[in-house]
Write a protein that binds this ligand. Sequence first.
Ligand SMILES: Cc1cc2nc3c(=O)[nH]c(=O)nc-3n(C[C@H](O)[C@H](O)[C@H](O)COP(=O)(O)OP(=O)(O)OC[C@H]3O[C@@H](n4cnc5c(N)ncnc54)[C@H](O)[C@@H]3O)c2cc1C
Length: 397
Amino acid sequence: MDSASRLGFDILGDTLDWPFFEERHRVFAAELSGWADSYLADLPHDDVDEACRARVAALGAAGFLTATVPAAYGGLSDRLDVRTLCLAREILAARDGLADFAFAMQGLGTGSISIAGPEDMKRRILPDVAAGKRIAAFALSEKEAGSDVAAMATTATPDGLSHVRIDGEKSWISNGGIADHYIVFARTGEAPGARGLTAFLVEADTPGLTIADRIEVIAPHPLATLRFEGCRVPLENRIGGPGEGFKVAMATLDIFRSTVGAAALGFARRALHETIAHANGRKLFGGTLGDLQLSQAAIAESAAEVDAAALLVYRAAWTKDRGAARVTREAALAKLVATENAQRVIDRAVQIHGGLGVTKGVKVEELYREIRALRIYEGASEVQKVVIARELLKAKN
Ligand SMILES: Cc1cc2nc3c(=O)[nH]c(=O)nc-3n(C[C@H](O)[C@H](O)[C@H](O)COP(=O)(O)OP(=O)(O)OC[C@H]3O[C@@H](n4cnc5c(N)ncnc54)[C@H](O)[C@@H]3O)c2cc1C
């Protein structure tokens, strides 16, 4: 385990004293922090598929995946509690990017079922996901339809009275290749563009579904392109009504977008932690790096950006948990600011570490690779800006 792997509860600073939180959040955060410090380092790290499966199984066995499904189906809270999801992602990301990813995908890969799935599907799928016995995935993006979801080309066409037939490809699908099921969004044509999409649960072993290729990214995670060729899916696997796929996807992202900000916050907190430790320990010019005022400026800027991100993330989570139907603006602000701030905080951490900062195996080098994709997926930063501006312009009309 490296120097700062036993981070304890302190890495969260005084966040949990903020009025956004209740005692149950403090208990959850303390338990997860203690568990993560004790067990994560011993899980496999080399083969990314094995590492991810091991994290899902371990988080499930320890009971923490219960935060990803509602209480009626083996979960922790009556409905998904966004503050708990955010705390979990922040705590895990500060220690192990893949553990955060494994946790997050169990939620993102079932959120649509929790929100809009039929009762028997909830009973069949969610308890196993909460126990870490079933790996979940969310398949919205395509090579030609990333930010522009309405350009989606994958189709689901009627096949007899009881099935649809799915044809097309989905790309950059997290957990692609190791998932037990995929929540797949496909064009069903009730209306043009985004209003003609429908969501389906597709079991990974459905004939006609294959892994077209595995995608390697700078911070290794299981990621793949899925190919659907005449893939027959029963109609009872539909999630939400026909033509409601875009609505289902956006309602799911409305919950999980703030949690991407929380993961970025965890990476940033760890980078600041490493920065301070290095600035205090590194001797140069007859003192320490931390004695130099330019290092102090970097530390102060990072501290301000971490706290600003935390306030926006937990404001969005708290607003959703209070019962807001949608938190489009708050979640977009949280994701935009937390991911952009984290990129700067981590870049400063690399700079403060000098040559060590770009050395393989050093934590800040890993963080530098981990943070990058968060500014792109679940809506790139530019998309978040468009969303925020539209919400504000709409409010003034
Ligand atoms: C590591 C990783 C994991 C992922 N996991 C999943 C997953 O599990 N499921 C899933 O469905 N998808 C997943 N994705 C896909 C991800 O959501 C898309 O990559 C993302 O939506 C961007 O789409 P794109 O890559 O096609 O880029 P494009 O849509 O081509 O956008 C390219 C760039 O254009 C800019 N841009 C976009 N829109 C605007 C605008 N309106 N104004 C100005 N500039 C703009 C942004 O800078 C953007 O990054 C993942 C991606 C990555 C990298």
